[in-house]
Design a protein around this ligand. Sequence first.
Ligand code: PEP
Ligand code: MG
Length: 571
Amino acid sequence: MTPITNPATKPATERASKTLHGTPVVPGVVFAPAVLAATAVDPAAIAAYTGPDDAEEALSSFNQAAAAVSDGLEKKAAAAAGAAAEVLHATAGLARDKGLRGAVATNVRGGASLLPAVRAAVEQFVGAFTQIGGLMAERVTDLLDVEKRLVATIVGVPEPGIPTPEVPSVLLAEDLAPADTAGLDPSLILALVTERGGPTSHTAIIARQLGLPCVVGVRDLLDVAAGTDVLVDGAAGTVEVSPDADDAAARVAADREVRARIDAWNGPAATADGVGIKVLANVGDRESAEAAAAGPVDGSGLFRTELCFLNTTVEPSVEEQAVVYAAVLGAFGAERPVVVRTLDAGSDKPIAYATQADEENPALGVRGLRLSLHNPDLLLRQLDAIALAARGTGTEPWVMAPMVATVDEAATFAAEVRKRGLKPGVMIEIPAAALHAARILEVVDFVSIGTNDLTQYTMAADRMATDLAHLTDAWQPAVLELIRITAEAGRAADKPVGVCGEAAADPLLATVLVGLGVTSLSMAGAAVRAVGAQLATVTSDDCRRAADAALSAADPAGARSAAQQALASSR
Ligand code: PEP
Ligand code: MG
């Protein structure tokens, strides 16, 4: 059988005229003319704008513009669904944010004219968001998008955005805000490519939701002229500019064949020689759990409980929490277990009632299980709530802690989980925990590797930093080595070792993970079929060969191509 990742992703250097490289986000091959997003407000309109002299009049213009922009975004939110609706609603909130309005008021009352006053106020918040880092830093794109819309409205020109192309096209942009992507017509915009942004940017989230092939972080992208034919490969992370048309058409056709096989895959997941692998979904609330449970998954390998409480200021009672957890457990039922992760608050996921304030370096600070150091009852109440939800739904969830560094932490956590009749595990996302996986597995029943953080901490590179995307790549051989150590410990202890980071969603990497000895893969629901279909095309020996090849490589690109070659040569 043809491997899923091969026909459409043969190394670009074998063919192309000019190939740009970025971070792959959503697989799929598209060949179409480029259309460029208008991301700037017409400079002539800005230059011609004089604005009111009086500070109060200027402020009233700002308030009217803020209301108009916010209303427009809320309308888009109402017409969108799921994650798109949520981010649009949040962006509308930024437009009418009191803090922003206050900063603009201070500036105009201090003598600035309106547009510079808006610029300075936005810059003040950009600085604050960037300093907080993590998810807040990702909101900088949304804030700058709101600024452009405010400026366009103030000077009386249409808000910048995406043109409606006459023929199906590939959208190229510096970066895309949710407001741009939410109204996309997927019959006219076939793929998204951005110069900025990482795999967790809003462009990436929306592209995954719409199932549009997507590559982000592509250097020199905006040198491509509108109308130029481009071949986007969302699995390889490449954009070929003016490729040979016949070659491009053949690759699109090969990709279509692969997609058809993916769409037809219905589980259960197993390698071609019949070794079963649990393929699971990552979920964050009832909605995502119900959507995932409708697909061919064996359960959930990661229920990120903190996502239920991002906007909650006061800790919900045990009973209130139990209702929230029961909705997710109930969606999968008694036959398909859910791995509930206790609060991973802090760093990129601030939770008002749990996160430690004013940390110098939150990613290395009091996040995840470490919150119990100062507030042990927070964890105990959450465990009580999970136990209550389990009883109420007649399910047997597994429960794991994030950010575990030592055997002691794992043992203390496991004792509390067992007291409540639940099955304890921990996440392996700190190199120290991977190195001591064998000892940790003496005190817990399972482990799950969080490759997003394991990569961040192994490579000492912020997982949100676009400039460090070459380091924050789970294909880094050093990261694969830590996964190998962990999986080996699981095999020796005869206990499950899952992967629940983004790595599990990459079909080629999934074969490597299985080859390393991982027993379950948990991923965004949208990735499940591609991973399941890929595993069906390879034997467990193929997986081991791909894993060995990747481990011996020098860097992520080398690891990818070594794994691909190992699979190709075994056919
Ligand atoms: C991870 O770190 O890989 C993980 C699954 O946890 P999160 O992405 O929620 O930090
Ligand atoms: Mg993590």
